[in-house]
Design a protein around this ligand. Structure first.
Ligand code: ZN
Length: 247
């Protein structure tokens, strides 16, 4: 079975559509690691689409903030403004669906889903030390996480921790990673709607564990169209601009 792994879509429908179009026919089931909304101009469209598309989905910190599960006290003013606008765009039905999303870790189809760190959904995993807990504690060998918006991950075997730098080149759609049976993995598909690892293309992964492969994908999309919808909605300018730099 080939599993499409989406994360940090952040209300960017154009990026989501581009990812789904390019990967059409290449996966059997889809899962989502949270942050469906927040920052982007299309919270309702993206929520509807994810609700009908995915077989399993956990919540992210933005989904919690928009639905009031988590306070926005710790958010910077730019993120907070986007949260308030996002809430105003969602029907009670969609808000209820977002509020009911389960907390990770969630095991499904032989993989583990978490939004941030393994034991704390709001914690960022940037370094090998931060990944170690998930590598050791997960009940399955391959765990997927999001939250940092950086594609890549970590592998562990016999006390050796390895940083995985897997980046599709500018003209490539994906780069494959070979999954070795003795290793444990924490893998980040990257962000669909707001990449922050210096490549502005929409980022996701396709896992095919029966064939010992995870593909890390990057798909270009029409960033300008999303930026003009954000400006029309009055979303903060720093959020508009960062899309074209992938930062
Ligand atoms: Zn996010």
């Amino acid at each position: 079975m080939r599993i499409l792994i989406l994360s940090d879509i952040h209300a960017n429908f154009t990026a989501l559509e581009a990812a789904l179009t390019k990967s059409a026919g290449r996966w059997d089931t889809a899962v989502c690691l949270g942050d469906i909304v927040g920052y982007g101009p299309d919270p309702a469209e993206v929520s509807e689409k994810i609700r009908s598309l995915v077989q399993a989905c956990i919540r992210g910190n933005h989904d919690k903030a928009v639905t009031g599960i988590m306070s926005t006290e710790d958010f910077n003013p730019v993120a907070k403004a986007a949260v308030d606008w996002t809430r105003s765009q969602l029907s009670p039905d969609l808000l209820q669906w977002l509020a009911a999303l389960p907390q990770g870790p969630l095991e499904t189809k032989g993989i583990m889903l978490v939004h941030g760190a393994f034991q704390d959904e709001d914690e960022y995993v940037f370094t090998p030390a931060q990944a170690l807990e998930g590598l050791l504690d997960s009940t399955v060998a391959v765990t997927f996480f999001g939250h940092t918006h950086h594609q890549g991950g970590f592998a562990y075997r016999d006390s050796n921790l390895e940083v995985l730098q897997i980046r599709p080149r500018p003209k490539e759609l994906f780069a494959p990673l070979r999954i070795e049976p003795e290793k444990r993995y924490m893998l980040n598909p990257g962000s669909i709607g707001q990449p922050r690892d210096a490549d502005p293309r929409a980022s996701f992964a396709i896992a095919d564990l029966a064939n010992h492969t995870v593909e890390f994908w990057r798909v270009p999309y029409e960033i300008g169209a999303v930026q003009s919808r954000m400006r029309k909605a009055g979303l903060p300018e720093p959020l508009v601009q960062r899309l074209e730099f992938g930062r």
